[in-house]
Design a protein around this ligand. Structure first.
Ligand code: PMP
Length: 439
């Protein structure tokens, strides 16, 4: 007999909200003074549908990942088909087609030279893997004193300990741990804007740090072109070119964190394509699975992968859910969708629409800067915004954005329409005009 294990959905809206508030942590929340979360019934296309039936236009793509929108039939079919065959099997000593196919796709679509793939289960883990690869590379290469990482201020690479050690210690996210984490080297935030002529002086300080410290340095790690959660700033491609040259000159590895920028978000397939630069190690995640499953990957060049093991050592990482077949199958479908779609003209169109939608904010009181690149639109205020009031206003006006710090920003799914982007822009402008961002 088939045992039906599906538990009927209990319609206890209020009770669930109270349990959620009293017992569940959400990203960066307090158990002492929790703010209630908004309850979602379902998601479809560009819409988040709340329990009361209200539909919100999604301007977040669930933190950069749902690039095809929610519930795409191709992804759902891939998930169901794979679930019928094999949902999970350990990757230690076993392999399967979904993982091999994904590996093949990633090697062929990422910049030249990246040819070894580690399937990780989240972005932060893929950053840990990258850091450990760089450490093992230097150990195997007979340079065991090269253990430190160099990065720039304003960066964000995840919430695990290694990843936190290369986040900007002053961005308020990780300061509680600063004294406990490995001590890394920080250059100033790239001062060269994406949309202004390149000033070589912006590389001066990082060059000085490399000159003084490369003997103790394993790698440079940076988000290419867009610094995301550390402030949503876009820097000039020449800066990245400069870093590639500096890394080569000093014998350090270049790790690019493409977790937020990868798979078309900036208008190029990868952020580093703006600079024509290929890293030694690269992290991808978020949009990799189209936002349906949790998956990330760390890619390395053959030279890095072989050096790590040249003395007979294995690469020392192996998570339980590595290569999960469901996540790989969905990611294969997502990458197929991306490659077969006209994503690049679409992202360029979204860039134009975001420009139209957010430009009126440029001259509003309280606004410091408006920045648009690809399917990323940012309104930077002069002061930090009060998120709960702003978010309430957004929901009342049928949009979903998640501001932080001084930033109100959108990075919608690539299937969003011009009208939907325009609506987001109108609501943001109204919120600013009416000072809905104050307490
Ligand atoms: N690196 C970057 C650039 C990111 O934007 C993020 C997530 N915001 C991470 C790493 C961490 O990824 P995850 O949240 O999947 O652990």
């Amino acid at each position: 007999p088939v045992i039906d294990t599906l538990v009927p959905e209990v319609d206890s809206h209020e009770e669930n909200l109270i349990f959620d508030r009293d017992h569940l942590w959400h990203p960066y929340t307090s158990a002492v003074n929790p703010l209630p979360a908004v309850k979602v019934r379902s998601t479809r296309g560009t819409r988040i549908i709340l329990d009361d039936g209200r539909e919100l236009i999604d301007g977040m793509a669930s933190w950069w990942c749902a690039i095809h929108g929610y519930g795409h039939p191709v992804l759902e079919r891939a998930l169901h088909r794979q679930a019928g065959r094999m949902s999970h099997v350990m990757f230690g000593g076993l392999t399967h087609n979904p993982a091999v196919e994904l590996g093949r796709r990633l090697v062929s679509m990422t910049p030249d030279g990246l040819d070894h793939v580690f399937l990780a289960d989240s972005g932060s883990v893929s950053v840990e893997v990258a850091i450990k690869m760089a450490m093992q590379y230097m150990q195997a290469d007979g340079q065991p004193n090269r253990t430190r990482l160099l990065t720039v201020r304003g960066g964000y690479h995840g919430d695990t300990c290694g990843a936190m050690s290369v986040c900007d210690p002053e961005n308020g996210m990780h300061h509680l741990f600063s004294d406990l984490l490995p001590s890394q080297l920080f250059a100033p935030r790239p001062s060269c804007r994406f949309d202004a002529p390149f000033d070589p002086a912006s590389l001066q300080e990082i060059t000085r740090i490399l000159d003084a410290h490369s003997h103790e340095m394993a790698a440079i790690i940076i988000e290419p072109i867009v610094q995301g959660a550390g402030g949503m700033r876009f820097y000039h491609p020449d800066y990245l070119r400069g870093l590639r040259q500096l890394a080569d000159a000093h014998g350090v590895l270049l790790i690019l964190d493409e977790i937020a920028t990868g798979f078309g978000r900036t208008g190029k397939l990868f952020g580093c394509d703006w600079a024509g630069v290929a890293p030694d190690i690269m992290c991808v995640g978020k949009a990799l699975s189209g936002g349906m499953m949790t998956l990330a990957a760390t890619l390395a060049t053959r030279q890095v992968a072989r050096t790590v093991s040249k003395n007979g050592d294995v690469f020392m990482h192996g998570p339980t859910f590595m290569g999960n077949p469901l996540a790989c199958a969905v990611s294969n479908a997502s990458l197929d969708l991306l490659e077969q779609s006209d994503w690049q003209p679409k992202v360029h169109a979204i860039e134009t629409w975001l420009e139209e939608a957010f430009s009126p904010c440029r001259h509003l009181p309280g606004v410091n800067d408006v920045r648009i690149l690809g399917a990323i639109g940012v309104v930077e205020m002069s002061d930090p915004v009060y998120v709960p009031r702003l978010q309430k206003f957004f929901i009342e006006n049928n949009i979903w954005l998640r501001p932080f710090g001084k930033l109100i920003y959108a990075m919608p799914p690539y299937i969003i329409s011009r009208e939907e982007v325009a609506h987001i822009g109108e609501v943001v402008a109204q919120a600013i005009t009416q000072k809905q961002y104050t307490k």
